[in-house]
Each structure stands twice: as C-alpha cells, then as structure tokens.
Design a protein around this ligand. Structure first.
Ligand code: NAD
Length: 480
C-alpha cells in the first residue's frame, strides 16, 4: 500500500490529522494507496514555509531559477517510465498515452518556463522631454495552484512552473483523485535541489485542503483548473479578499465539419477529439455538427471506427482507451447517457459500461458512445459530460451551425473543418471560444494564450500570459 506524504518546507511529512483517504486504481476498482487528508493546519505550515522561502527565492537570479527548473524537467524525463506507469495506475489512462503525452508535456512545461523567464521583459514609456516610466514585474508572494484529475502532472506543472519561474513560492494541491505523480514530483524537486519551502504540495480534499488554500489571507493569487461550479465557489471566497484569480473551467466544445474538408484527416482527428483520454479532456469536441450532404457518410464511418476502438487494460499497448477515472465519474457519465435516451437520443455506438475480464473485471470502463437525434438545446447538448460520449447533428448553413455552437454557457475550445479559408476565418471571428482549431485539434504551441470565455473561465495561461498572471506590475515614473 503506497502511502503518499505532503511536501512541506522541503521534506515529506504526514498530515497533521494522521488520517488518510483511500486511493483507487480505476482499472481494477481496488484501493492501492493512501492520500493525506490534509486540513487547514497543514496548509498553515505550507504557507509559513512558503512565506519564509519567498525573500530568498524572489531575489534569486533568473539564471539560477532557470537552472533549477531545467533540472526538474530533466529529472521528469529521466523518470519518464516510472511517472507514466504511476499516472496510468492512478488515472486509468493507457500507459502508452501517459508516456507519449502527459509526462513529456510535464517536462516541457518546466523546460518552457525555465527558458521563458530568461526572455521575459517589462515595458518603458517615455513622455517626450519630461519623464520616463518603467514598469517592474515583481513576483506576487505566496500563490496557490489547484489542479484537476484528467491530466494530473501535465496540468499541475503547467501552473507550478510559471509560478516558480516568476519568483513566487507556491502552495499547491493536486486532485485527491489522482495525487500520485504530484507526490513523485515532490521527490524530484528534492533531488533537483529546489530550496525548502519554495514549492509545497498539500494533498487532500477540495472542501478542506483546497478551501484552506483559497481562504488563506497570505495566499494572494489562486490559479485554478477544474469544474465551473468549483470555480464559482473559489471566486466567491477569493474575490472579496481581492486575490488575483486565474480560472480554467469546463467546456462543451463544438466540432464543426463542412463537406469540403479533408475528410480522412477530419475523421482520424475526430476519433481523437472525441475519445482521447476516455473523452476526459476539457478540449474534447463533444458536440459534432456535420454538414447535411456528408452527414450519412460521416455517421457510418464514425460509428464503424468507434465500434472498433479497443477499450482495455491500460497496461496493454493495444488498448486505445482505458478506464474512467472513478466509480462516481463513471456513474455520472452513465446517467447522462440515460438522460440522452430520455431526451429522445438514439445510441449508435456504446451507451453502456464495458465489462472486462481478468485483472480489470471490476474496473470503471465505458464503451465509446455516439448519440444522434437530439436538439442542440437539450440538456445532453448543453451540459458538460466529460467522458467518452459525443452527439452528432446535421446542419445546413453557417449561420445555423454558429447559433448551435454558441448556444451553450461554455466557451473554451472549438474545431472547424473546411478547406474554405474565408469561411474558416469568418467563423473563427464569430465563435464564442478562447481557442479555435481549424483543420486540426489539440495542436499546442506553449507560447499561445490558453483559456476560455463565458463559463469556461477567466484569464489566460500559456506563454508570457502566465508570467503576467504570476507577477504584479509596478510603474515607476521619473520626471527629469
Ligand atoms: P473539480 O472542480 O471537482 O476539482 C478540481 C480541483 O479543485 C481538485 O484539486 C479539487 O480537490 C479542488 N477543489 C474542489 N472543491 C474545492 C473547493 N471548494 N475549494 C478549493 N479547491 C477545491 O474538477 P475535477 O472533477 O477534478 O476536473 C474536471 C473538470 O475540470 C471538468 O469540468 C473539466 O472541464 C475541467 N478542466 C478544465 C480545464 C481547462 O483548462 N479549462 C482543463 C482540465 C479540466
């Protein structure tokens, strides 16, 4: 039984309460580890450690900070196999996926910000013959980073790396559903020589450990990725305390397919944008709108390919899809499939839990599911499901599909498939989303702004946007 520990002031420690939460392996349904059930006392220790470390860390040269972040990146690469296996056991995703995407990207996040900070500059504004203004960008102090379970180390590091690069000290909490790679990261930080207190990782539940981070008066900025409802709760606490807030929240993304697209590329990519990571990526295109002239062809090809997708043991290379992250989430997804049927939807593929044999017989699997025959404005098409469930709907005109696409409360990502560049450009301007992919999906350049509009969040991560968030501008005006 693997017992995880908190990482506070440079050492691994048990939670003050001495109590632990069970950690389940979703592929087997069995408890395989214990997670600290931390509370405000542990968070208090972490904040104290971060506060004490801040004067030295914030005045360390950027070259030195860059070196340490690079070392962390190299160690993630060095431990790739171990981390990928841990991520798979904890989350249910195939090992090959964690090895190809999650862990390399976590290493890239540290490497990216190790170099980005060397090039981060602030502005100067001259007032002719009178004065010069220059703007300092200072680290904020102690910041809180809270992340979800779908891309555990990938998203955890996406926040921590820029926060540390900018000179802040961090109190971070990974999801209690998938804490293992964050724990392994604490071992890596010790090995990399990160000074004590610079990064503190407190494990535990959202309403206790998470809430204690958000409510702590010395934590002056919160970077959060997770559900929209949780984001709203966090904002309610943080806003009256005037904390800086970055919120990356849920999505219900449209995948819009025109008849003039590169069909084979679209179909292959749509398989991924529908079912990669068991459909548990905030950027997945869960509402698929297809121009009527190719609707039947697309439907037949998509259903055939989906039925052939292998859902299996995450350890097997042949498994294209692994387990859903938890029993509770599996039940939530199944309840949405039931709702879709009640709303008049017809299940064309999947639509049920998938029973495996042997080691995984009690795991939480769901067959990839395609549903048609639903209105764009029913609950199934308006609420985030966050699983391997997509709906397909025909459309006739650009204006009609734009209305469908923009009808949801969310506005995270969108995909448009067409070879007509004028149409693609015009639709990108009109679509309510922070990210538009044209003839591709999840093609990421880490320098670009990342985030959503409407209920999908506030602020942007990525590139210098994250460094702007994790620094406070101070303008100095000198009259001469
Ligand atoms: P969640 O909101 O339940 O939990 C996210 C994190 O917040 C966890 O660490 C949790 O412990 C913590 N938390 C929960 N309640 C809290 C509280 N009251 N105070 C402080 N912290 C609290 O989300 P989840 O189920 O882990 O993740 C799935 C959601 O995340 C989906 O909605 C998905 O769309 C979203 N997501 C968004 C992005 C993005 O970049 N926009 C990326 C990945 C996931």
């Amino acid at each position: 039984m693997q017992k995880i520990q908190n990482y506070i002031n440079g050492i691994l420690v048990a939670p003050n309460s001495g109590t632990y939460i069970d950690n389940y392996e979703p592929a087997t349904g069995k408890v395989y580890g214990l997670i600290p059930d931390s509370d405000s006392y542990d968070v208090e220790l972490a904040v104290k450690a971060a506060k004490n470390a801040f004067p030295a860390w914030s005045t360390t040269t950027v070259t030195e900070r860059s070196k340490i972040l690079s070392r962390i990146s190299e160690l993630i690469d060095k431990h790739l196999d171990r981390l990928a296996l841990a991520e798979s056991i904890d989350n249910g995703k195939p090992v090959w996926l964690a090895s190809m995407i999650d862990i390399p990207r976590a290493a890239s996040n540290f490497q990216f910000y190790a170099t980005a900070i060397l090039h981060y500059a602030s502005g100067a504004h001259a007032m002719a013959n009178k004065a010069i203004n220059y703007t300092l960008r200072d680290p904020i102090g102690v910041v809180g980073c809270i992340s979800p379970w779908n891309l555990p180390l990938y998203l955890f590091s996406w926040k921590i790396a820029p926060a540390l690069a900018a000179g802040n000290c961090v109190v971070a909490k990974p999801s209690e559903v998938t804490p293992m790679t964050a724990y392994l990261l604490s071992e890596i930080c010790i090995e990399a020589g990160l000074p004590p207190g610079v990064l503190n990782i407190v494990h535990g539940l959202g309403h206790s450990a998470g809430n204690a981070i958000v409510s702590h008066k010395e934590v002056t900025a919160i970077s959060f990725t997770g559900g929209t409802q949780t984001g709203a709760q966090i904002a309610k606490i943080a806003a009256p305390m005037f904390k800086k807030l970055s919120l990356e929240l849920g999505g219900k993304n449209p995948n819009i397919i025109f008849a003039d697209c590169d069909y084979d590329k679209m179909l292959a990519t749509t398989m991924r944008s529908s079912f990669a990571n068991q459909g548990q990526i905030c950027l997945c295109g869960s509402r698929i709108f297809v121009e009527r002239s190719i609707y039947e062809k697309f439907k037949n090809d998509f259903v055939e390919k989906t039925k052939a997708l292998v859902v299996g043991d995450p350890n097997e290379k042949s498994s294209k899809m692994g387990a859903i992250v938890s029993k509770a989430h599996q039940q939530k997804i199944l309840s949405y499939i039931q709702l879709a049927k009640e709303e008049g939807g017809v299940v064309l593929a999947g639509g049920h839990a998938q029973q495996l044999e042997g080691r995984c017989k009690d795991g939480y699997f769901i067959a990839p599911t395609i549903i048609e025959g639903l209105d764009y404005n029913c609950r199934t098409n308006q609420e985030e499901i966050f699983g391997p469930v997509v709906t397909i709907m025909p459309f006739d005109t650009e204006q009609e599909v734009l209305m469908y696409a923009n009808s949801v409360k969310y506005g995270l990502a969108s995909t448009i498939w067409t070879s007509n560049i004028s149409r693609a450009t015009s639709m990108s301007q009109q679509i309510h989303a922070g990210i538009v992919w044209i003839n591709c999906w999840l093609l990421r350049d880490l320098r670009t702004p990342f985030g959503g509009v409407k209920a999908s969040g506030v602020g942007r991560e990525g590139g210098f946007h994250a460094l702007d968030f994790f620094t406070e501008p101070k303008n100095v005006c000198i009259e001469y």
